[in-house]
Design a protein. Structure first.
Length: 127
């Protein structure tokens, strides 16, 4: 369940990153909702980090595939670089690219984690 929640949050982050510029241009009142604020990205990352860390760690204990943890951690690092470095160091395009790549890696790690755990549960080789 935590993998599914983390996948959903990663997708929300990607949608926020891609759709927000279009939405604020088409509907300027969207800015008043607070989704255009950089703090929205920070809050998503604050929720995703512990959720992902828990799900990926528990999954790796179950299935033993540390590569899944590596993919997820790499994705989390890229997600964190956007808010940490921000517009002052990165251009908006680079920040958006890091966020999208990070969200994709986090989601891919969780999808793989979920499938490996489910496969392990269905396997007759359990101890």
């Amino acid at each position: 369940m935590t993998d599914q929640a983390a996948i959903g949050l990663s997708l929300l982050c990607a949608i926020h990153c891609l759709a927000l510029p279009v939405a604020t241009t088409a509907l300027p009142s969207v800015v008043a909702l607070g989704f255009a604020d950089e703090s929205f990205h920070v809050w998503l990352v604050v929720v995703v980090i512990p959720l992902s860390a828990f799900a990926l760690t528990m999954g790796c204990r179950k299935h033993g595939q540390s590569r899944v943890l590596f993919i997820g951690v790499l994705g989390l690092l890229l997600l964190c670089l956007g808010p940490i470095l921000g517009h002052n160091v990165l251009s908006e395009t680079v920040e958006r690219a890091l966020t999208l790549i990070g969200a994709a890696l986090v989601a891919a790690g969780h999808v793989r984690n979920f499938l490996l755990c489910r496969e392990r549960d269905a396997c007759d080789c359990q101890e």
